[in-house]
Write a protein that binds this ligand. Structure first.
Ligand code: 3HC
Length: 300
């Protein structure tokens, strides 16, 4: 079966400290989720500038939670103190679990997994936050396939409860048990998936987006589609969600599925057009909607 069962009779290992490599929108949210659970985390970014930018964003988000009276300043300070800033993969040498959240591009991730395979101890779990790339290839690149798995968080990763853990062909059952247990420890609802297109959630959501694009092609306003779907119980419609996840990420996912896409899907290339214009969604302040600095949306 592609969607595997939970391994029986294996004990989860202890995870005392974690590393996150890649501090974009997803990496930052993952760092926040781990530190908020009281677990030390080494946050590795590309260079000092990226690390400073990510930490600034984290402090701002937690700062606003404090302002809303939902967290104390002491708690914020405690959480910040759990985060070690770094630009060096070698600093991941003593962690028990590394979560990779670099750019969603196979060659980039393969390079990172090759580095992680050398920089970490055997037995250190190497998890990718990829949403559609083939984890088997990352396992090959690492040279330690038994330690490699997926941990797919949802944006915003510090808020969304769901966590899709992915068991690849060669993942050690103890690794699967450990990440399922770890998900629970950081307050997530862990589900287990196999390596397949879009895992469980994005496989469903991509079809919802597809129909959204067709509706727009037929003349519907994106905001009306979003409103209709939100009225049906989803927290966000497909267009607002595309802006949140990043239209560049959505375009890359569409590209990875292009071989099996219908001519109509390929023709409804709104996302590609927006990316070409530099409109990537919330992160650039403009996508299907326009955003102010507090992520408040207005129609384009
Ligand atoms: N980034 C970080 N934090 C955010 C955020 C963002 N873009 N938007 C909201 N938040 C935080 C707020 O700061 C607040 O935190 P606090 O309680 O600590 O102060 C908390 O989320 C709740 O925010 P709001 O009070 O503004 O509440 P809303 O009711 O508007 O909820 C939402 C915002 C949680 C984003 C909600 O709209 C939601 O659940 N949306 C659906 C998101 C979703 O489906 N994500 C999955 C995307 S698919 C994906 O990620 C896959 C990947 O592979 C591409």
């Amino acid at each position: 079966a592609r969607i595997p069962d939970l391994p029986a009779d294996v004990t989860a290992r202890e995870v005392k400290s974690v590393g996150v490599i890649g501090l974009g929108v997803m990496g930052r949210g993952i760092v926040m989720a781990i530190a908020a659970a009281g677990i030390p985390v080494v946050a590795v970014g590309l260079d000092d500038e990226h690390v400073a930018k990510a930490m600034g964003a984290i402090e701002k988000m937690w700062g606003s939670t404090v302002k809303k009276g939902r967290m104390s300043q002491e708690q914020l300070d405690r959480q910040l103190a759990l985060i070690t800033r770094s630009t060096n993969v070698a600093d991941l040498g003593s962690v028990d679990l590394v979560i990779e959240a670099v750019t969603e591009d196979l060659a980039t991730k393969e390079k990172v997994f090759a580095e992680l395979g050398k920089a970490t101890r055997p037995g250190t779990i190497l998890a990718s936050n990829t949403s559609f790339l083939n984890i088997e290839k990352l396992a090959d690149a690492s040279g330690r396939a038994e330690d490699v798995c997926g941990m797919h968080f949802f944006n915003p990763a510090n808020v969304m409860r769901l966590l899709e853990n992915v068991r690849a062909e060669r993942t050690d059952p103890a690794v699967v048990a450990t990440i399922m247990d770890f998900g629970k420890r950081i307050g997530k609802l862990s589900v287990l998936s196999g390596v397949c297109d879009g895992f469980i959630v994005n496989r469903m959501l991509s079809k919802r987006s597809r129909e959204g694009f067709f509706l727009v092609e037929e003349g519907a306003a994106p905001s009306v589609v979003d409103k209709a779907v939100s009225g049906f119980g989803f927290p966000m419609g497909p267009f607002a969600l595309g802006d949140l996840a990043g239209l560049d990420v959505q375009a890359a996912a569409r590209k990875s599925r292009a071989a099996s896409a219908s001519p109509r899907e390929l023709r409804a290339d709104f996302v590609e057009q927006m990316v070409a214009q530099g409109n990537l969604g919330q992160k650039t302040g403009s996508g299907w909607y326009t955003y102010d600095e507090n992520r408040k949306a207005s129609h384009n």
